[in-house]
Design a protein around this ligand. Sequence first.
Ligand SMILES: Nc1ncnc2c1ncn2[C@@H]1O[C@H](COP(=O)(O)OP(=O)(O)OP(=O)(O)O)[C@@H](O)[C@H]1O
Length: 332
Amino acid sequence: MTTELSSPVVADGTGPAPAIWTEGLTKRYGDLTAVDRLDLRIEPGEVFGLLGPNGAGKTTTILMLLGLSEPTGGLVRVAGLDPTRQPLEVKRRIGYVPDSVGFYGGMTGRWNLRYTAALNGLDRATAEERIERLVDEVGLADRADDKVRVYSRGMRQRLGIADALIKDPDVLILDEPTIGLDPHGADQVLGLVRRLAAERGVAVLLTSHLLGQVQAVCGRIGIFVRGRMVACGTVDELAAGHGGRLVVEVEVAGPADADVAALLRDVPDVVDVRREGTMWLVGAQRDVRLEIAERLREAGVTVVHLRRRAEELGRIYRRYFAVEGSDDIDQS
Ligand SMILES: Nc1ncnc2c1ncn2[C@@H]1O[C@H](COP(=O)(O)OP(=O)(O)OP(=O)(O)O)[C@@H](O)[C@H]1O
C-alpha cells in the first residue's frame, strides 16, 4: 500500500485534518473483497452511521481504521495519522466501543475506569478528575461504585463509552452500540452519543443495522452492501439520490372552505399531495415542513400536525437493496 499523503487538508497543514479519511480503501481476503475502494470523510463533531447487513464489511473497515488490520489497497488517515504506520498513536486518538464491552465484573465501574486510565498512562489526578466527569456525563454517577456484574446491558454500554473516552479521543467508534438494549436504554446511549459529538466535537462513527436508530442520531449515513458503499449522505440526500422523495404528514383544523390541497401543491419542490384519512400526505424532493407551515399560516389555516414520515430511511434502504439484492436489515 502506498503511504504518500494525497489529502490536501492533511498534507499542507492549512486546515484541521478530517477526523476520518479514506480513499480507495480496500481489504481482500483471498478472492473475497470485504471492503471495496471505500472513500470516506468524517469531520470533527459529526455523527456518521455505517449501515449495512451482516457481512457487509463494517467491522473490517473499523479494524483498518484502528490499525488492527492492514489494508490491501488505498489510503486511510485517522486524525491525520496513518493507522498502518502509526498504530499506537492512532489508538491513543480513537475511543473504540465494541458491541460487547468486556469489564471485570467483580470490580466496580469506577475501578474499571481507573484500570483503563492506568493502562493509558494517565496520572492519578487527571484520571480521577476525568472519571468523575465521565461517570456523570454517561449517567452512572450514582452507580459507579457498584460492581459491574450487577449492571444492566445499557449501563455496561454507557460504561463502555466512558471507558473509551478516558483518553480524551478525537474519534469515537461504536460497533452496534445499541444491540440488545431496550428502547429506553437505546435512547440513553444514542442521546449520549449525540451530546458527545455536539459538546466535545468528537467525530463519531457508528455501525448499525437498525434503521430508525441510525436515522435518529446520524447526520450522514453510508449504506454498505457487500463491501461497497453504495450511497452516502444525509437522509434527504439519500432520498433524492434514488429518485426518491420525502413524505410530510399534515393535518389541519380548518377553516372548512380552505383549499388545503392547492396550498400544499403550491409549495416549491412538492411533487404530489394526497389524502390518507384525516391527513394530507405531501411528497416532496426535500424537507418542506417550514414552507408548508408558513404557507398554511398565511392562508389562515390552523395546522394541528406536521411531521416527516419516520420510516423513510427504511424505504430508501430497500430501494438501494433492491438494486444490490439483499434486505437483511432491521427496521427498529
Ligand atoms: N479474517 C477474515 N478472513 C476471511 N474473511 C473474512 C475475515 N474477516 C471478515 N471476513 C469476511 O469479510 C466480509 C465482511 O465481514 P465483516 O465482519 O467486516 O462484516 P460486517 O459488516 O461487520 O458484518 P457483521 O454485522 O456481521 O459484523 C464477510 O464476508 C466476512 O466473512
